[in-house]
Design a protein around this ligand. Structure first.
Ligand code: TRP
Ligand code: ZN
Length: 469
């Protein structure tokens, strides 16, 4: 397909201006020099994902998308900072055919090896800032996880939705696909006029030229790749607003493509959930919110940043509470390593318990007691929340339920007042950042003045039911 949009045409002329006559893959490959090559991933669960040699500052995604054929023409600009001189570097990419890779305005050599895109710039990138533009065309694929679930560029009845937990963002976004590297995003997505585009962050503009409308969304708060979301379809879009606890006006942009009424109760509840969570967790971390109820048969909801995604019929009250709690815990305060996924799911599950207890249901203590009473042989007790070795266990009962129990065990140890302080302090200390379990233990110890590493070790690192609490 040809690149129709002005921004894409600019990219193409930049390639021409750089004097490209042969295709980039015709350029000779520079041998990887270990001392200057960013190759090794920083994550312990997905060693092939991500690269520690550079840090992405922003992704700019310009895409022309055709809903009927699911074909995309895209130019992705990646502004990054090299931690050292790089003779070559790896991006994660499982998307369709690449037409060009340009580094610092000059065509670069590249090759693909599985989900790795190995780029060798014409001259080494010095330490510091550099810009890479990847253009590609075709149908971005879905991606099947170890647990059999579907993510990536997921086809829907009227378009597609991009869902990326844990690794599916690479199906459409050439990226440093690891949660530790957070960046800002600008999306410019062009679709036929009868379609809508939802994405993360703030809706900046909608510009119609002829039969095509370009939707520009910007996430100026940093975001991990797994939280990036683009939903394209024929949605009903609604606009509303609420006020945050610190007095900011928070626009609410919501999109529903399933006329079941399932989104209506979630939309109505959203401001109340936001207020409840701000009371317990502190100010809402982002500049806008909303929801997307999309006809995608994925069987899970996802805490896509600032604008969670729900499958048809999947936006019940507790799920909204859960996905919104992730905005503080997971999205703003993000696990640096996938083995710390309990920092997201344990907190979001605990938020459900808090909501339940405050609305006539079981209190967190009752949820804890019920779970503690389940037999030693149950799936809850092994592997320990941080000790799984198979990514199929990322969304298992130990991570969610035993993760939430860990917080209740902490609460019973340090008391309600210190626990309430701790919840807010954790959200504030690592706001828009990355964190680890070690950071959390240190903070809990600081707040309470108690030695807590044995408690966390017992609850998070040792398989089997803890003997007491
Ligand atoms: N993180 C999602 C949530 O808890 C759940 C999720 C994402 C999931 N991908 C999944 C659950 C795959 C099961 C399988 O809101
Ligand atoms: Zn969750």
């Amino acid at each position: 397909m040809t690149l129709r949009r002005a921004t894409l045409a600019l990219t193409a002329s930049a390639v021409l201006a750089a004097g490209l006559t042969a295709g980039p893959s015709a350029l000779s490959q520079t041998a990887d020099a270990p001392a200057t090559t960013a190759r090794r991933g920083p994550d312990t669960l997905f060693p092939l994902q991500g690269n520690a040699g550079y840090d992405v500052r922003s992704y700019d995604v310009s895409m022309d998308y055709a809903p009927l054929t699911n074909l995309a023409d895209a130019a992705v600009t990646i502004r990054a900072t090299a931690r050292k001189r790089l003779t070559s570097f790896h991006l994660d990419f499982a998307g369709p055919t690449i037409s060009t890779v340009v580094v610092g305005g000059r065509p670069a050599a590249y090759r693909r090896d599985g989900d790795e895109l190995i780029v060798t710039p014409a001259t080494a990138v010095p330490q510091g800032r550099f810009t890479t533009v990847v253009t590609y065309s075709g149908e971005p694929p879905e991606y099947t996880d170890a647990d059999g679930s579907t993510e990536g560029w997921v086809r829907t009845t009227d378009g597609a939705v991009a869902l990326g937990e844990p690794v599916g963002a690479m199906t459409w976004l050439p990226s440093n696909n690891t949660p530790a590297d957070k960046a800002t995003y600008t999306y410019r997505i062009s679709v036929p006029n009868s379609y809508e585009v939802a994405a993360n962050g703030d809706l900046v503009s909608r510009d119609t030229v002829g039969s095509s409308t370009t939707w520009t969304w910007r996430s100026s708060d940093p975001m991990s790749t797994y939280l990036a979301m683009i939903a394209i379809g024929q949605f009903t879009m609604t606009t509303a607003e609420t006020t945050s606890i610190d007095g900011r006006t928070i626009p609410i942009w919501s999109f529903e493509d399933v006329p079941t009424g399932a989104a209506a109760s979630a939309k109505a509840l959203l401001p109340e959930v936001l207020a409840f969570e701000e009371k317990h967790f502190g100010p809402y971390p982002f500049t806008s919110t909303g929801l997307v109820v999309d006809n995608a048969m994925v069987g899970y909801a996802l805490e896509t940043q600032s604008r969670p995604f729900y499958p048809p019929g999947g936006a019940d009250d507790l799920t909204v509470v859960h996905e919104m709690a992730h905005q503080w815990y997971g999205d703003s305060v993000t696990l640096r390593d996938w083995h710390d996924i309990w920092l997201a799911e344990g907190f979001a599950t605990y938020a459900e318990w808090m909501w339940d207890g405050a609305h006539g249901g079981d209190t967190p203590r009752q949820h804890f007691d019920d779970l503690y009473a389940t037999p030693e042989s149950g799936a809850l007790w092994r592997p320990a929340p941080r000790k799984f070795t198979d990514s199929a266990d990322l969304f298992g009962s130990p991570v969610y339920n035993r993760g939430a129990m860990t917080l209740q065990a902490l609460r019973m140890r340090i008391g309600n007042a210190d626990f309430a302080t701790f919840l807010k302090a954790w959200a504030r200390a690592h706001r828009h950042g990355s964190a680890s379990t070690a950071d959390l233990v240190r903070l809990a110890e600081k707040v309470s003045g108690q030695e807590l590493s044995p408690l966390f070790r017992t609850w998070l690192d040792v398989a089997g039911k803890p003997k007491g609490y």
